[in-house]
Design a binder for this molecule. Structure first.
Ligand SMILES: [Zn+2]
Length: 82
């Protein structure tokens, strides 16, 4: 019985530590998400091609074929799609 209690106590400690780590990382991640959101609002570049207007796609032969980005139709800017 003592061993079972010991195991339960250790599991409880483990779970408490995991929760602490999760909270710490969640706060850290949230900061980066907020920053990313601000940057994305400022950035006018197309999110799909990063503003290049071109995008590599795999072709039938397994190579990469560069084609105009379909999201922005090659303009490289957001909101240009009609
Ligand atoms: Zn694009």
């Amino acid at each position: 019985m003592q061993l079972k209690d010991k195991i339960k106590a250790l599991e409880k400690d483990r779970d408490r530590e995991i929760d602490t780590i999760k909270v710490r990382y969640a706060k850290e991640i949230e900061k980066h998400r907020d920053a990313l959101e601000v940057l994305e609002k400022m950035n006018e570049a197309c999110l799909d091609c990063g503003g290049t207007g071109r995008k590599g796609q795999l072709d039938a032969a397994g190579g990469t074929e560069v084609a105009p980005c379909q999201s922005c139709r090659g303009t490289g800017k957001r909101g240009e799609v009609v």
